[in-house]
Design a protein around this ligand. Structure first.
Ligand code: HEM
Length: 390
């Protein structure tokens, strides 16, 4: 046995207790408070720096194409500890410094970065961001991680022992992604080469080598079909039905160089698909889209298609093992925003935060208001106020 001299023993003990107290006390400022017990909330709140949520930014003044792979935004691989998750768009923005490179940001920063780096429209960027923030962000500090799920190291973090971010399965993140596997199979966020090879095959079969809306439709249904057949826990309900179709459209608007005009507009090249899905960086010298966009209603309807017999056309889930997909409209869908809004705010968020008080309640009310403000154009729903009004 190694004998330590007395002073060294003290150093060792100090290091031991020093490490322990950090893990006991640590509560990352971006960690979600969703689902915490009253006792856990009481312990966590004094460790947080509260912030009044910054309102969503205004649309940019210049809304055209511009070089975004520029000298001010060089690609850099994430460093150890930087958070990255299932969204190749947000990962790209962080890898180029449009988002903080550590992958932790406020909703307003995420919306501004999506507009600046991809010309994502304000409404699309806001709806995705507030859904993500309400489910996976820290409502008190106004921060959310684009990755998350750090292994537990001590009594903190509480709950399931995992630090949350948008990578948390069953929140924003869901099944049947185009290039990422289902959580059931153990990895819900890393690039999956086999799935990407399938995507390239679909680009060749349905898009002459490009990713366009027809490819989006076929690969979307193919991935749903695969998940129904292999994942007994498969779910595609509520906001996941919305985002699964939305994300399939995103690339056609935001991953095509903004200088492309004519028949190849909205056609993603193989080079760009590989750059974004796999390497999460801009193709060299990339110009962002020439006008703001994300997914229009017409594009969503095209990808959804008119064949309602295709599994996944309506929301649903496997209810009894593989191949037991059953339609479930209870949480709304891509075709029913108000049902989604009502369930999301009135039931989903309310269940995560049953009795918030103080800053948490105030910030929930504000973020829910920002979320409602980001609904698709022309839609009015009966508003719900699970926490009253300010
Ligand atoms: C504005 C805030 C955004 C949030 C909160 C967000 C969040 C997410 C999340 C959680 C996923 C994973 C869902 C899943 O498949 O399980 C995802 C996927 C995806 N996101 Fe984002 N995203 C945002 C912006 C963007 C932007 C700006 C782009 C493109 C420029 C983008 C493109 C995509 C694509 C293409 C996928 C699908 C990946 C796949 O299925 O393989 N997102 N996003």
């Amino acid at each position: 046995m190694v004998q330590l001299s007395l002073p060294l023993k003290w150093v060792a003990l100090a290091v031991y207790f020093g490490t322990m107290s950090t893990s006991v006390l640590a509560f990352p400022q971006y960690q979600s408070l969703a689902g915490l017990s009253e006792r856990e909330l009481k312990e966590a709140l004094p460790k947080l720096t509260p912030r009044l949520p910054t309102p969503p930014p205004r649309p940019e003044v210049y809304q055209g194409a511009k070089l975004v792979d520029d000298a001010a935004h060089p690609w850099r691989a994430p460093r150890a500890g930087d958070q990255r998750g299932p969204c190749p768009g947000l990962n790209t923005l962080a890898n180029h410094g449009y988002l903080p490179r550590d992958g932790v940001a406020s909703p307003a920063q995420i919306i501004a970065a999506s507009m600046a780096g991809f010309n994502m429209d304000l409404q699309g960027a806001s709806i995705a961001t507030y859904v993500g923030h309400l489910l996976d962000g820290n409502l008190v500090t106004d921060l959310v991680s684009i990755g998350g799920k750090t292994p537990k190291t001590g009594p903190d973090p509480p709950g399931n022992g995992l630090v949350s971010g948008i990578r948390t399965h069953g929140t924003f993140e869901g099944d049947a992604s185009i290039t990422r596997g289902d959580d059931y199979f153990g990895d819900n966020f890393n690039f999956n080469q086999q799935l990407f090879d399938q995507l390239k095959d679909y680009m060749n079969r349905y898009g002459n080598g490009y990713y366009n809306l027809t490819v989006a439709r076929e690969i979307r249904y193919q991935r749903i079909k695969q998940s129904i057949a292999t994942n007994p826990t498969f779910e595609l309900v509520g906001h996941r039905h919305f985002t699964a179709f939305g994300e399939a459209v995103f690339s056609t608007n935001m991953w095509v160089d903004g200088r492309v005009k004519g028949p190849l507009e909205n056609h993603v090249t193989q080079e760009a698909a590989e750059a974004f899905f796999k390497n999460m960086r801009y193709p060299r010298g990339f110009f962002r889209a020439s006008k703001p966009g994300s997914a229009t209603n017409d594009q969503l309807q095209f990808v959804l298609g008119t064949d309602s017999s295709r599994p996944g056309h309506f929301p649903g889930k496997n209810v009894n093992g593989t191949n037991s997909f059953t339609i479930d409209h209870s949480q709304g869908s891509v075709a029913d925003f108000c049902a989604f809004y009502t369930y999301f705010v009135g039931t989903r968020i309310k269940n995560l935060y049953p009795n918030p008080t103080g800053v948490l309640r105030r910030n929930l009310i504000i973020n829910i208001e920002y979320f409602y403000g980001s609904r698709p154009p022309g839609i009015e729903c009966t508003k719900v106020y699970p926490y009253g009004q300010l």
